[in-house]
Design a protein around this ligand. Sequence first.
Ligand code: ADP
Length: 757
Amino acid sequence: MTASEARYRSLFEQASDGIFYLSPNFRILAVNESFARMHGYSVEEMQGIDLHDLDSPETARLMPDRMRRVLSGENIQFEVEHFHKDGHVFPLSVSTGLVSTTEGQHILAFHRDITARVQAEKALRETQELQSLFVRHSPIFTYIKEVTPTEDRLLQASDNLYELIGVPTTEILTGKTMEELFTSDFAAKISADDRAVVVKGEVLKLDEDLNGRHYTTIKFPLVMGEKTLLAGYTIDITERKEAEAVMRESETRFRVFVEQSPVAIGVFSLDGIGMYANQKYVETMGMRSVEELVGRPASELFAPKHREESKERTRRRLMGLPVPSEYESVALRANGSEFPIHLSVAPIQLPSGAAILTFLTDLTERYRAEEDRIARELAERANRAKSDFISRMSHELRTPLNAILGFAQLLEMDELRPNQERSVSQINKSGRHLLNLINQVLDIARIEAGKLHLSPEAVRLEAVVREALELIRPLAEARGISLRLEAAFSPGLYVMADHQSLRQVLLNLLSNAVKYNREGGEINVTTSLVGDGRLRLRIRDSGEGITQDKMERLFVPFERLGKETVEQEGTGLGLALSKGLVEAMGGRIGAESVPGEGSVFWLELELVAERQKEAIMAEVDEHLSDGMREGRGLVLYVEDNLANVQLVEAVIERLPGVTLITAMRGGLAMDLAKEHHPDLILLDLQLPDMHGSEVLGRLKADPATQKTPVVILSADALPEHMTDLLAQGARAFLTKPIDVKEFLKVVEESLNERTDE
Ligand code: ADP
């Protein structure tokens, strides 16, 4: 054996790869030590073994083809599986080719045991599979994306993503871009977020809404060698959010209940330290804010005299002893004033521990009302006693007076000397006056004692007025005074009154109008409708009038206001009695006077409801001009008093071409004015949301409504107000109660103007 042969031999025997030689007809010529060891045999044992017996069935199937390639001269590499001596199968990698030796051609093959590599590969495959299963079945929406500057593609995703995106599970999500999965706006937003994560390498947390549900998402970069992928988790938090919203809503509701409660509510700790109070409590205690209560001992909220009681209650509470749940006491306001209170107290359990809930009521008003009631009762009792006394007295006086008058009349029938006759007539006259006085005193006493029971009923006013006028006419004619009735009574004009008493009042007022008139003067009687469903009757005379300083004593009993010594007979009781009667009928009475020109005595009575409208119609018809009857236009009435609205509605109803729209609030009025361009706006001043002057200001400031005439209709008729409003651009100022005649005139003027344009 040559040296080189020996060298090759030892290479063959000691090589770490397992080597064998095979004759072209697949007989093993030689195996080395490594090959035998790999298979669990010694070199000797291997000599007898057929190579095919080592091949696993799968390897055996592939072998013939491989050998054909080797025999054709190819050097090839492949993997095989061999049986180990102990029976297990293990993997080997094989490099093989033909070699030519002196003994001819042989197959030479190098084997390497690759068990370790194959196992590692299998483990890796399993891990990968596990991860992919983990992702696919995650109950949290999970995904991995590949994000490039131009594309944002899904690589892997949990199966539930189908449901999130809303696509059928038959579609394949993997490989899809965001544009293919979402609407373009939403996709653009996702991709922008994704790029930020990948480029900046930061974790991104965000809340998103999709198809009406709420999600929270975490996205983070996944660095894989050169590449950075994006991984993300998305959790559906709709239920949580909804529960939170419900919770918030109910909390807000309760906070509002407590905060805006009309009852003063305060909460104190068990040891009596202020914790919370609502707005009403803060107001009642005169505090600026709830801060003034928090941390303060409850005892300081009581008047000094009542502090010990409060401390005692706290002590008892802490010791678990019973404490009254309701009591009255005296509280101390922030400004130092004291006021009576009622407290209702209940223990409550707060999350922070036990506490005391108190309801506080300010008793000031109740006490005052009680005091007023007692004072009123005392006054009434005194008044009744006085009235009783007067009525007893009057009765007692009437008996002897009857005798005096009776005997005086008997005397009158006798033959008397002229001076005796004058005396008897004086006795008679004074006696009658006294009787009249006593009768009126009795009436007043009866009214004051509340013993006058009137039963007002629907009375036809016209009949009573005409009756009274006829009774007074001779008196008036005797003084050359003209009596005129200028009222238009509709047949349906009824008022609530007591017939007898109303007649008495009218006679009283008319006889005064005659008595205190000048010779040859005049009296006229008029009526008008008043906004709140009432009728006002005025008796105007042309006497010397009443000075302002006397006006307020006009209805006081026995006040004759300087007429005591004047020739007109009187008791000073007529007006007092009239006032009592009118008020007992539910009406009102009053007077206005211009000294030197005359006086107006008026009385207001309630119109009988179903006849009210007819009365208005009649009055409108009386004053309606032909032009008006045909006029057309749109009127906006801004007024919050329903009775006034009804009155104006009834008037406008009489004007067939005129339409009325109404607004109860200033804000609405401005909207309607802009929308409908009325031809006239009637504006009340006392509106619930703003003062009428502000509405006027805004109407005049807005180019859309600037030109619309605005007429103020208000009971608030101070001269300076009128001038201010007229200066602000109001067309006219009508005072309430509305005078139908004047009202129609203004409406007519404004509407005519429009037609002229
Ligand atoms: P009498 O007429 O009996 O004095 P009244 O109560 O009717 O009593 O009137 C009270 C006073 O009011 C009268 O005395 C008179 O001074 C004044 N008075 C009443 N009516 C008129 C009137 N029409 N014009 C002026 N003064 C009047």
